[in-house]
Structure formats: C-alpha cells, structure tokens
Design a protein around this ligand. Structure first.
Ligand SMILES: NC(=O)c1ccc[n+]([C@@H]2O[C@H](COP(=O)([O-])OP(=O)(O)OC[C@H]3O[C@@H](n4cnc5c(N)ncnc54)[C@H](OP(=O)(O)O)[C@@H]3O)[C@@H](O)[C@H]2O)c1
Length: 317
C-alpha cells in the first residue's frame, strides 16, 4: 500500500470510510467542504475545491501523495438535473483539473457510478457502451474520460454503494433503514435493478485493487442483481422489521426530476479476477451494514471481514 494518500470528499460517505481504513497504515490527508467526523487522526483540509481554480494543484503539491482517491462530487442526481452546469464543473471540471495536475508517479483513483450506463442491460461489463440518461451520469462519464485519457496507469471504479453517513446528509440506505424500522408507508420500486454493495466492502475492494496495481476501468458491485424492492425487503427481513407498510411500485409513477435508468447492475468479474476474491453477496453486505450501525468508523474498519463466507446464500433476481 502507498505511504501518502490524498482523499477528496473525505467527509462524505465513501471518503470517510476510506480515510478511517487507510489511516491505519498510511498518512492520510483529506479534503472536503465539511469537517472530519471520524475518530482517526487524519489531516482534514476544509475547503471547496471548485471555488479557487488553483486549489487542487496547491493541495496536491502540499500533500505530495502517492495515491489520490477522488470521491468529491455533486452526488444528488435530481440536483444535477436542475443545475447541469454545476454538475459539469464539479464532476467533470474538477476531475480534469486533478488528472492534469498530478505528477506521473501518482496514481489517481476516480470513483464513478453505474449511472453512466443506459440502464437497458443486466450485469453490464466494462465493455458496455456508456449512454447516461441523467446530467449526473453525463458529468461523471466526462470525469471518467478525463482520468483515462490523462494516463493509462489510472484507475476508474464504477460502483453503487450504501452505508452510514455522518448524519449530515442522509444516504438512501439510511433513509430506507429508518423507514422500515419506523414502519412508515413507503414505495419500493420493483422495476429498478442494481448490484448494491456495502461501503466497507467498496473500501476493501479499493485497497485490494490499489495493492495489486489495478488500472483502467473496473466495475465493483455486489454479487447479486436485485430490484430496489428485493433489496428493501431483504433489509427488513435481516433487520427484523415488518415490511407490511412497504408497497411495491413502479419508478414510472415517481415524481423525480431525473428519470432513472432501469437496470444499472454491474458485472464485477474483472474486479474479482484482479483482486482474487469474490464480490460480496447482497445478504452478507446487508448483514455487515446492520452490524455496523452503532459502531464508530474506527470499529467498522476493525470489524471488517474482506473474505467472502463460503456458501453464503444469495438473492435471486
Ligand atoms: N453513494 C453512492 O451510492 C454512489 C454511487 C455511485 C458512485 N458514487 C460516487 O462515489 C463518490 C463518493 O460518493 P459519496 O456517496 O461518498 O458522496 P458524498 O457522501 O456526497 O461525499 C462527497 C463529499 O465531497 C464533498 N464535496 C463535493 N464537492 C466538493 C468540492 N468542490 N470541494 C470540497 N468538497 C466537495 C461533499 O460535500 P457536499 O455534500 O456539500 O456536496 C461531500 O462531503 C462520488 O464521486 C460519487 O459520484 C456514489
């Protein structure tokens, strides 16, 4: 593993879990608009990387990283649809600036999304032609292209994860858990398919890929393709909640600013081969998520079990 790591978006969902995990063996510098909320001793620089044009270059010069993991992004899909220019500036422009500033010796890991896919095929491989349906997806695809054209050593990871945040900005997984635990009436989409993966499993995957010098484009998803409804009902079952108040519905009926692609499930075969391990099942990921709810970040890292459990049951789509 590298010695000095710079993580952008280090107070966000993925960035914070990465920072907590990597700080056990590396010198971690984080940058984010928001304060650090973990208990690990990382150096967090609180600033907005898009307000000052030279901010990214200065930060890279000061932190002198071996690896940059670029998580900062405008992640609200509907907000991106309403403000495409801002989405473009953050998700593509900032990524381009970072990619062009890095010294040749530094590895850039760009966290991208299954939302760059058209949503018309199941379990897409890296060979699938991207055709994003949303402003978010288009801006992230531009970010991917900026990274891959800057150097063939860089790594672009497409994923879609869930986990526990700082509480500042509730994640979809937290919202779902809260609604199920409280028995609120909710609609679970039966016609949106994905391959969700728990955030700590993404952290484990990124550590493995960086250690094995992964490069190019890699999909990192869960092993199971599930609908949003199957995912919600499995969370309810494993969490011991009644799903009686959850009704099955179609995304077509939902009043969303950005129309969602229907099937963004990923094949993680390339990752499995590169990392030498299986992608986690939906059940194992959710069990890890549920067990981590009351743990602080540092304990989530220590509780991690990156090895898949043999014979674990999987969810059928
Ligand atoms: N969550 C998912 O399921 C998912 C799925 C696929 C891909 N991804 C990708 O994974 C990466 C991490 O996602 P996440 O869910 O961890 O996101 P997140 O929780 O929103 O974290 C991103 C962090 O970066 C900050 N940030 C954004 N722009 C910034 C800027 N210009 N300067 C400084 N800080 C900035 C955000 O602040 P604000 O909150 O104020 O913007 C936030 O704290 C993103 O690149 C995202 O596109 C996420």
């Amino acid at each position: 593993m590298a010695r000095r790591i710079l993580i952008t978006g280090a107070s966000g969902l993925l960035g914070a879990h990465l920072a907590a995990a990597l700080s056990r063996e590396c010198e971690v510098t984080g940058v984010d608009r928001h304060p650090w909320w973990g208990d690990e001793p990382i150096r967090l620089i609180q600033e907005d990387l898009t307000t000052a044009p030279a901010a990214a270059a200065r930060l890279i010069r000061e932190a002198a990283p071996d690896v940059v993991i670029h998580c900062a992004a405008m992640t609200n899909v509907d907000a991106c649809e309403q403000e495409p220019a801002r989405a473009e500036a953050v998700n593509a422009g900032l990524t381009r600036a970072i990619a062009h500033t890095l010294p040749a010796s530094c590895l850039l890991v760009y966290i991208s999304t299954d939302g760059v896919l058209s949503g018309e095929a199941a379990c897409s491989t890296e060979e699938a032609v991207p055709a994003p349906r949303t402003a978010y997806g288009r801006s992230k695809l531009e970010g991917e292209r900026a990274v891959l054209s800057a150097s063939d050593r860089h790594l672009v990871v497409r994923t879609n994860f869930y986990g526990w945040s700082s509480g500042r900005k509730r994640t979809a997984g937290e919202w779902l858990y809260g609604a199920l635990a409280d028995g609120q009436p909710i609609t679970l989409f039966h016609d949106i398919y994905f391959t969700p993966i728990y955030v700590m499993d993404v952290v484990d995957a990124l550590q493995a890929l960086i250690a094995r010098r992964g490069r190019g484009l890699v999909h990192v998803g869960g092993r199971d393709r599930v609908s949003k409804e199957q995912f919600g009902r499995l969370m309810a079952e494993l969490g011991g909640f009644s799903a009686a108040q959850a009704r099955s519905g179609s995304v077509e009926q939902a009043p969303l600013a950005a129309s969602r692609p229907k099937d963004t499930s990923l094949s993680s075969a390339r990752y499995e081969q590169a990392a030498g391990r299986a992608a986690p099942s939906c059940r194992d990921g959710l069990l890890r998520f549920l067990a981590d709810q009351t743990r602080p970040l540092s304990r989530r890292v220590l509780a991690g079990d990156p090895q898949p459990r043999a014979g674990a049951p999987t969810v059928q789509a």
